[in-house]
Design a protein around this ligand. Structure first.
Ligand SMILES: Cc1cc2nc3c(=O)[nH]c(=O)nc-3n(C[C@H](O)[C@H](O)[C@H](O)COP(=O)(O)OP(=O)(O)OC[C@H]3O[C@@H](n4cnc5c(N)ncnc54)[C@H](O)[C@@H]3O)c2cc1C
Length: 460
């Protein structure tokens, strides 16, 4: 089937230009070849125009909060993209620079340009800047969500319960496999000038102007093949108890797909289809997983898409800021600086273990993320300071940080998408999580697991 029209948006109108050398796919959010609607659409259009296809990726070292950990993972994935594109006879070009400027330079010889869709402010800005300056038509294809974001809802949603029925109603229409198209005119040999050498990932990352104090992790290797391998192992193992065990950080019943989703190395559609077809899990496991992947994840995207202030405390609903403000002067038993928190130097050994998992391995289980974040609210001198600290740590250490999920879940700590609970000091009527949430699973087994993971990171 052709690409669903709800995924297509014309950013610059017009007829394809004549006497040009190729169709251009500017890859930005969807850094993959597998299940990529933008790529398949670009192949279709290149075939129609009887032109080869060029895929360009512009790598900036100025992405907010980016560091060597993030870039190492991303570049591992791009090395795979280059190889997979060559198999599809698409010429891949990687250059350093502002993504829109790199795409603009390559568009000089393009009859038509296609891009994927991103939802953060900077991603929207790059697309707008390119649309304002490019000569050929520019068409955006939405592939980072199962249900296109404006089709699911034309407005900022209040909570999961308000988005859920809309997504569930549309889900089957969009949960359909994407066919791979063959490219008629091969572009492998096109002369296009320089492209970065991807044969040595560490060397390339080391040459970039980045924060190198947060380095790569061994726990996660970037790339679509690795994501698919992990997904397969998850679905044939721990998925069988996902419904029951997903709130047990020590049980390992999590897919670890978030870093791959964040870097666009696997499509949410590919995951959703695999989950639906899984033989191991029952209906409860499938429903629980699709709730996270389709409702919670797309609710997070809905938030950053419709709320421009998503990276600041001001994005919180009025009732949250009001109740937190009323308790701003409450005495705090413990107050820690960002530095102390980052080092995992608090009185709470379980919290310190969570921080260690994050700092040293780039990941943390969802249940511990909630506990971790709620404690930052409790241990900061003000809710505004807590928001800043939690977001900074989240985006610095997590491989899946700087995502729509990052901003939205940090805001959730302060009441976004939640409801008022019983009033208490510091939190007001915002949901509190205390020691009881550590009793719901084997917290000591979790500490032992983190110890093992951290040792594996630091082994010779
Ligand atoms: C304080 C806090 C900070 C968080 N920061 C991030 C972040 O920076 N990046 C990030 O991707 N997620 C974040 N989350 C959401 C969630 O914790 C992770 O997506 C999840 O733990 C990733 O592990 P997984 O892929 O094994 O999840 P699984 O349990 O296997 O779930 C599958 C997928 O569903 C989605 N999902 C699961 N839980 C949530 C959720 N609560 N909200 C939205 N989508 C969800 C994710 O895309 C995830 O990959 C945060 C949650 C909290 C409470």
């Amino acid at each position: 089937m052709t690409i669903q029209p709800q995924r297509i948006m014309v950013l610059k109108d017009g007829e394809p230009l004549e006497d040009k050398r190729y169709v251009l796919y500017w890859m930005q959010a969807a850094k993959r070849v597998s299940t990529n609607h933008a790529l398949e659409y670009a192949v279709e259009r290149a075939n129609e125009l009887d032109l080869p296809l060029v895929c360009v990726f512009g790598m900036t070292d100025a992405f907010p909060d980016g560091n060597a950990r993030h870039y190492h993972f991303m570049v591992e994935g791009l090395a795979e993209v280059e190889k997979e594109m060559a198999k599809r006879h698409v010429r891949f070009v990687l250059r350093l620079g502002d993504p829109d400027a790199v795409a603009l330079a390559l568009s000089e010889h393009a009859a038509l340009a296609i891009c994927d869709r991103g939802y953060l402010k900077i991603e929207k800005l790059w697309r707008k800047r390119l649309a304002d300056r490019i000569e050929c038509p520019l068409i955006q294809i939405e592939t980072e969500v199962v249900v296109p974001i404006e089709t699911a809802s034309p407005k900022h949603e209040y909570a999961a319960r308000t988005l859920r029925p809309k997504v569930v109603r549309l889900r089957d229409e969009f949960m359909v496999p994407l066919k791979t198209r063959d490219l008629k005119r091969h572009g492998n040999r096109l002369e296009l000038g320089d492209t970065l050498d991807l044969s040595d990932v560490a060397k390339l990352v080391a040459s970039m102007k980045l924060d190198h104090s947060i380095g790569s992790v061994r726990r996660f290797r970037g790339g679509t093949a690795e994501a698919q391998k992990r997904l397969k192992a998850f679905l044939s193992g721990p998925f069988a108890t996902y419904g029951e065990d997903r709130n047990h950080p020590e049980a390992g019943a999590a897919s670890h797909m978030s870093p791959y989703l964040h870097f666009g190395q696997i499509a949410p559609l590919e995951i959703a289809l695999a989950v639906r077809a899984a033989r191991k899990g029952g209906d409860e496991d499938k429903a629980a997983y699709l709730e996270e992947l389709l409702v919670r994840r797309e609710l997070a995207i809905n938030h950053v898409f419709y709320e421009e202030r998503y990276d600041s405390y001001e994005c919180l609903p009025d009732w949250c800021r009001k109740t937190l403000g009323e308790h701003e002067g409450d005495e705090r038993e413990h107050v820690y600086t960002e530095k102390k928190l980052a080092a995992g130097e608090t009185h709470d050994e379980y919290w310190n273990a969570a921080m260690r998992e994050m700092r040293e391995t780039g990941f943390m289980h969802n249940h511990m993320r909630m506990y971790w974040g709620k404690k930052i609210v409790e241990w900061s001198r003000s809710p505004q300071a807590a928001f800043k600290t939690a977001l900074a740590l989240n985006n610095r250490y997590f491989l899946d940080g700087r995502d729509a999920n990052s901003f939205t879940n940090i805001a959730w700590l302060f009441g976004l998408h939640d409801r008022p609970w019983g009033r208490r000091p510091v939190f007001g009527s915002i949901r509190y999580l205390g020691p009881a949430s550590l009793k719901k699973f084997d917290a000591d087994a979790y500490v032992a697991t983190v110890d093992k993971l951290a040792k594996a990171e630091n082994a010779d």
